[in-house]
Ligand binder design. Sequence first.
Ligand code: AP5
Length: 216
Amino acid sequence: MRLILLGPPGAGKGTQAKYIVDKHAIPQLSTGDMLREAVAAKSKIGLRAKKIIDAGKLVSDDIVIGIVSERIDQEDCAKGFILDGFPRTLQQADALGDMFEEKGLELSCVVELQVNDDALVERVAGRFTCGNCGEGYHDKFKPPAKPTKCDRCGKEEFTRRADDNEETMRTRLRAYYKETAPLVGYYYAKGLLKGVDGMGSIPKIASEIDEVLNSL
Ligand code: AP5
């Protein structure tokens, strides 16, 4: 199974990807995570990407297309993968189509998480992550059992993203509506789009996505 999780910043793509990884044993390929890893490693790409990410703008198409193309050639992607945060522009979507054709792959579906804008801002503002194992949390919607300790790995290494503030969030939302939202129509026209209401509880949305995936 090869699927795309599409939706604005804070829609729950990363949260839902983790459920799909556990259930279907395919990796999550998050271009946001890959870019943040490059930033942390201070690689050439990371140094170019840092300012752009911190400002809430989109990193150039050629960089992300290159990263994704290399990643899906790795062995753990042989049985399928979840694309989280890619494609994000029409040019990236076309490049992905070409990539799949060259590699002889087929896209199973595009799951669009539909969430209203006020909820997005609230979700992003309260988000934090375990720096050790990557488990995601939320101050209000998904707090850990003990305030400073990760439920999954037990470490005390919570971090917040530099781009999770109100001003940057506004720029990220603008980038989404201008550059990424046209992909909804793009994949609808290809018969691949499956809309899911992203306003319910995290487990409820996970089970709706599961229904979609089981029907493929
Ligand atoms: P990226 O890391 O992809 O960020 P994003 O798309 O803005 O998405 P987020 O990670 O913010 O949100 P999400 O939908 O995963 O939500 P989450 O599950 O965490 O990209 C960051 C930057 O990298 C971009 O701005 C850009 O600069 C660059 N970039 C990345 N890919 C690129 C590309 N292809 N091209 C160019 N540039 C690129 O949930 C959010 C919070 O809400 C969490 O705290 C969670 O616990 C909570 N939550 C989740 N679901 C629910 C629910 N149902 N109810 C209540 N709370 C919930």
